[in-house]
Design a protein around this ligand. Sequence first.
Ligand SMILES: Cc1ncc(COP(=O)(O)O)c(C=O)c1O
Ligand SMILES: [Zn+2]
Length: 376
Amino acid sequence: MSHIKLKCNDCFYSHDSNMSILNCKSCGGTVDVEYVESKDVQNKIVLNNGMEMIVPLKYPEKFVSLGEGNTPIIRLPNVEKQLNLDKIFGKLEFMNPTGSFKDRGTFMMISMAIEEKISSVVEDSSGNAGASLSAYCAKTGLEAHIFAPESAPVSKLGQIKTYGAKVHLIKGSRDEVTKKAKRFYQENNYIYASHVLSPYYVEGTKTFAYEIAKQFAFDLPENIIFPVGNGSLIIGCWKGLNELLEQNIIDKIPRLHCVQAEQFIPVIQEINGDSDYRMNDNPFSVAGGISVSFPARKKEVAKIINDSFGIGVSVTDEEIIEWQKFLARKEGVFCEPTSATVFAALKKLFDSNAISKKDSVLLPITGFGLKDKLFV
Ligand SMILES: Cc1ncc(COP(=O)(O)O)c(C=O)c1O
Ligand SMILES: [Zn+2]
């Protein structure tokens, strides 16, 4: 018997684990991994910080790795000075092997694909998830089909092509790209290795929680702010933090906040109970990684933010670029615009008294600056 089931987040219907299951067979909801009798489960990997983490893999010792995770946390004294805050930390997620946090989820999803003897996968991406998937597919010999918007940054597309993936450029919005990728995998009977829907992907992003727990000596900062498009990092972090809480490794969970670009605020509307999402006609934001109008897991993300007493904040393109430059010029940290959003959000949370001077804040800095277009 397998040690996992895939459980629907809406109707709780339980499925046997299989990479082709991305939505509930009963109601179409998203699914997540459930560990059957988790206390007795021996399927754990040892992370490179020495901590053990429960995983969906049958053969955990064989997980695929490019050396992801274990990213440094640094103090940001000039941000502290600028905002008159006491303790601000950045976790340099762009120091993952392909330059973004996406590798955390990909290593687990591809490890599952290898166990299931899959040979071809399809993914849609604004660039970073595609680059990450392409790298892990290159390492393991899988064929990767990456659907991306024509408008994706040339550097990200170049990275994907260099890893040898097959790139499908799509005219239109990010949501159009998703539609085309879905049609393609269904027509060809391929596996859709979606960083949005795959229940295994968020099992990988759990590593973020295990790392910060140890890096802060099991006494976590009061606040973490995530840039949210589809929410894969915040969902994995929440799952990981709850596992740590259940094992009494930590005794409290930080407030998890999210930031969205003001042209794309479906999660914030969900948090505010406004489920009737209205999209602008031709939305564009410099934060390409979070330019998502219809995130499939928005209910899950909104619940996490509410349950952790977090807040959803929107920011403008001007604020994003201003903070991207500030970070580069005052802290020597060069991140992509999507990642700079968390700093603009921090300022808003502080200005509105949601975060006070003495509260410590952790900011994942999710993607490297050279991956995106330059707006300076
Ligand atoms: C650099 C960067 N940060 C944050 C995100 C948002 O991740 P998610 O869509 O899983 O919320 C993305 C997504 O592409 C990204 O590329
Ligand atoms: Zn269901």
